[in-house]
Design a protein around this ligand. Sequence first.
Ligand code: ADP
Ligand code: MG
Length: 263
Amino acid sequence: QMNETATATTTPNRIASHKTAEAMIVMEHVNKWYGDFHVLKDINLTVARGERIVLCGPSGSGKSTTIRCINRLEAHQSGRIVVDGIELSDDVRQIEAIRKEVGMVFQHFNLFPHLTVLENCTLAPIWVKKMPKKEAEAIAMHFLERVRIPDQANKYPGQLSGGQQQRVAIARALCMKPKVMLFDEPTSALDPEMVKEVLDTMIELAEEGMTMLCVTHEMGFARTVADRVIFMDKGEIVEEAPPEVFFTNPQNERTKQFLGQIL
Ligand code: ADP
Ligand code: MG
């Protein structure tokens, strides 16, 4: 039996959809193997511009691999991936073009420990976008204000809490003005009291219309922002539905079992 009231009271109301008819990410018949291990099995997934998708599923089901293929942190072996009209191939220029459009936030923040918060945020704009330092710093401060930690700009990541570090990681990604944001379990490594501040930042991004593909098991977040929830198991997309359907009327046995474990 699912605990409806617990999730309902801990999350704000559902926010408006920004989904459009235009495709931002298209994955068609994507397959990937690690050696003999078939990790992604015929993945078909379209993320529309403005759409927010929550991807969930058991550990090892291929969620991270799926999103890492989108910005070529992993290479797929068959099928197509197209991001904002750019098809992923071995062409380095295409990979670079896609990476400029795709922001990524990881479970373990992945900030550079020897750089200040501000330097973490200006590094890619200066080196990848060739932006003048002053301009990059102004943009970085803008996004650090948006994630509510402008006062931490000159500190090093190790001096910040986990929640603050993750908000820096989000600000750093936003400094590249991405068209889509990928989140890979952004709150899984956080102490419970810091989960909300990161989810609130993500909810604000969603409210502003950012296209988002989020791997998370925060089902309250999914109910608040997701246009669709996708469930993966053993390298396959098993079920997808809007959250109100996904949580109340899951069809697949594996989905039911998974929800029974996490809710
Ligand atoms: P999830 O994010 O859903 O937990 P992953 O995409 O990380 O799943 O991993 C899917 C499967 O692929 C797991 O069984 C994992 O052990 C395996 N795997 C992940 N990365 C590698 C790798 N670099 N080499 C070999 N196997 C891997
Ligand atoms: Mg993972």
